[in-house]
Write a protein that binds this ligand. Structure first.
Ligand code: DHB
Ligand code: FE
Length: 284
């Protein structure tokens, strides 16, 4: 059976791609953000995952407001990365992991999550930036399965539903008939609001409570409705649903415990409160 080693959650502000491109990671504005990553890269280098299942939200690149699946899973040999308008460099196409894609899709449908399967799917900064941050040298040693969760066009899926989806994805990974190792990635959040009267809104107290809950009481955020989450984290901060899916995936299989590898929180990068959290799945 495949081995699920743990998960990493990170913010995905497009400007990060610009900073990497310009090589300004050590400048005072960026350093507190980029300094969070080396301990997590070391952990990944030790664990050497073969595959990353990436929970992310598309920002209008592959799905636009006219056709918006609630949950969509990639089932392609490769995923072309493109920039939906931020002016950041694109990655080489991400390599798919077809067998796991279909295993996840079959498992989810069997568990009554009626997902859209995508045999062709462009992926935006939410998929490419975590890979750039985790493998800065550029040779991405992983294949990917993108799992897209709608956080941009109402109605959004409830936190409790996203948690259940994440758990089912984790179960699918744990019983995938493969000798490969798998990590789950969450891309998005934490609190931010890019438009409207509350543009620039950040909620440090809520963010830190949410990050803490993922260790102490993973279902804590499922008590909130989507409107409550938007109120607490901002219209785009609701991307924190990806973190919830990642954490739920780690509850699957034998030994549902986790240990914190490393975390970081820094305000702001662009309009966003940046969060970073790596969790290792333990056997007790
Ligand atoms: C920003 C944050 C995001 O999550 C995003 O998708 C785009 C922009 C920002 O803070 O600039
Ligand atoms: Fe975003």
């Amino acid at each position: 059976m495949a081995q699920l080693i743990g998960g990493v959650a990170t913010s995905h502000i497009p400007a990060i791609g610009g900073a990497i491109h310009k090589g300004i990671q050590q400048e005072p504005y960026w350093k507190p953000f980029f300094d969070g990553f080396p301990p997590i890269r070391e952990w990944l280098q030790a664990k050497k995952p073969d595959v990353m299942v990436i929970f992310y939200n598309d920002h209008g690149l592959n799905f636009f407001l006219d056709k918006m699946p609630t949950f969509a899973v990639g089932a392609a040999q490769q995923y072309v990365n493109s920039d939906e308008g931020w002016g950041i460099p694109s990655l080489e196409p991400l390599r798919g992991e077809l067998d796991l894609s279909w295993h996840i899709i079959n498992t989810l449908i069997d568990k009554e999550f009626d997902v859209v399967s995508c045999q062709e799917m462009l992926v935006d900064h939410a998929c490419s930036l975590p890979l750039k941050l985790l493998y800065p040298e550029g040779n991405y040693p992983v294949t990917v399965v993108p799992v897209c969760i709608n956080t941009v066009q109402f109605p959004l899926p409830k936190a409790s539903r996203v948690y259940a989806l994440g758990r089912a994805v984790g179960q699918a990974i744990a019983d995938w008939d493969s000798s490969k190792t798998v990590a789950v990635i969450a891309s998005g959040g934490l609190s931010h609001q890019l438009d409207g009267e509350r543009a620039g809104f950040i909620n440090k107290e809520f963010d830190l409570q949410f990050m803490d809950s993922l260790l102490t009481n993973p279902e804590w955020a499922t008590q909130f409705s989507i409107h409550e989450l938007v109120e607490k984290a901002g219209t785009q901060g609701v991307e924190l649903l990806m973190w919830l899916a990642m954490r739920a995936a780690l509850t699957a299989g034998a030994g549902a415990g986790v240990r914190k590898v490393h975390s970081n929180y820094h305000i702001p990068i662009s309009n966003t409160a940046t969060g970073l959290l790596a969790l290792e799945k333990t056997t007790y």
